[in-house]
Design a binder for this molecule. Structure first.
Ligand code: AMP
Ligand code: MG
Length: 398
């Protein structure tokens, strides 16, 4: 059995950074930017008003009773008709360019009408008041978004403002998902006696997509050599091939043995980890191959602990499973054996964490209830109430 850390390191060594591809701005949500993005224009392109009011020379507003002649009106998107001279004002609206000569905005709330085309104010103004300078948000050439940024609404809005109709993002690693087992049918399909519903394909698809990959779902193949080989042949175009089930050493566990005869070079087959000891990692016809165990909790936690960091590295992102917190244990735990354990746990209102009593790797319901995982090292001694433990919140991860 290989130690967890070494297994993970070997898997991560296989990661190569995905190449970039161009996508339309509207397809870029949640994608990873592949290059630094310099602004293609100044924003704003010229000095503009931040308020509705009058563009004036600040020096002309130096105390009670200042009067102005309104000589023009400028709306957003318009071009000023000419400069503003001493004692003159331009009616102006938010986002409109300042006429030459004007250097401040007198907001309309501080003005009084004085007949046709005249206003008065008692305000004192300094130059620049309510003016957004040219390039205040960003200047042409300024790098506002860096390679590696995961794009959300705010980054996409900024890219749009910088005048990018398309963006270069990292291509999503394609992950072929194949579940194996004679007993499996998909949710909603006709089901016979002794059969169970396949949970792993749907779960692993969600996991892959959450971590930036593109899932190619091949569904369930029976425990049959020809069927498995045919599915694998179809899956060969993916960057990563993931199977679930059939990874251990039972009579029906085909994956490792069968594939070894057909081009799988196995790096390791067993990990000192619970849940999920039988886990095959290797290379299948130049593709990264990960054979996860069939039990739903083992499959999902194997995916979380190995596939999610692999995807992150291929996308140039930080490992999402390294956000361990230290917490106090509620309750006690017996001494551990030689397998590192990820215990499903709940977070108590007082901040302590408590392992569920039922840690069976077939219990998807407990995993779904868990707030996080407690990491229990191999050969850990008995832990008593209050022990400091490593705890990984699952929210946002799976
Ligand atoms: P295996 O690794 O094939 O020996 O499967 C171990 C256990 O996981 C068995 O009880 C299987 O029925 C179950 N199992 C295998 N694949 C799936 C799947 N896709 N969804 C739910 N359970 C599965
Ligand atoms: Mg099986």
């Amino acid at each position: 059995m290989m130690a967890f850390d070494e297994a993970k390191q070997r898997i991560l060594e296989r990661a190569s950074l995905m190449p970039g591809e161009l996508v339309g701005l509207h397809q870029a949500n949640e994608r990873i930017l592949a290059e630094d993005l310099g602004a293609r224009r100044d924003q704003p392109p010229s000095a503009v008003s931040a308020m509705d009011g009058y563009a004036v020379r600040a020096d002309d507003c130096s105390g009670p009773g200042s009067q102005f002649v309104v000589t023009q009106t400028v709306a957003a998107g318009a071009v000023p008709q000419g400069p503003i001279g001493p004692g003159q004002a331009a009616r102006i609206f938010t986002g409109a360019p300042l006429p030459p000569g004007a250097d401040a905005i007198l907001i309309q709330e501080l003005t009084h009408p004085r007949g046709d085309a005249r206003i008065a104010t008692d305000a004192n103004l300094t130059a620049g008041r309510y003016v957004r300078a040219a390039g205040q948000d960003f200047a042409k050439g300024q790098v506002c978004l860096k390679a590696g940024q995961r794009l959300g609404a705010r980054h996409i809005g900024l890219a749009a403002a910088m005048n990018y109709p398309w963006l270069k993002v990292r291509r999503c690693p394609q992950v072929a998902l194949i579940s194996t087992g004679d007993e499996l049918v998909h949710p909603g399909e006709p089901i016979g006696p002794g059969q169970i519903i396949s949970a792993n394909c749907a779960a692993l698809q969600a996991l892959v997509e959450r971590h930036g990959g593109q899932a190619l779902v091949f569904g369930a193949t029976p425990d049959d050599k020809e069927a498995l080989l045919a599915t694998l042949d179809a899956a060969r175009s993916a960057d990563i091939i993931v199977t679930s089930g059939g990874a251990s050493v039972g009579d029906h566990d085909l994956v490792g043995g069968l594939l070894r005869d057909h081009g799988l070079s196995v790096d390791f087959w067993k990990i000192a980890m619970r849940p999920g000891k039988p886990l095959i990692f290797g290379d299948f016809q130049n593709r990264v191959f990960l054979g996860l165990p069939g039990n739903p909790v083992s499959a999902v936690l194997g995916g979380l602990m190995f596939l999610a960091p692999l995807l992150a590295q291929m996308l140039g992102q930080d490992d999402p499973t390294e956000a361990w917190q230290t917490r106090n244990l509620s309750g006690s735990l017996p001494a551990n054996d030689e397998r590192l354990e990820f215990l499903r746990a709940r977070l108590l209102p007082d901040g302590r964490v408590e392992a569920f009593n039922r840690q069976d790797s077939a219990m998807a319901s407990v995993l779904a209830l868990a707030d996080g995982l407690i990491r229990r090292p191999a050969h850990a001694p008995t832990w008593s109430n209050g022990q400091i433990v490593d705890y990984l919140p699952l929210s946002g991860l799976i």
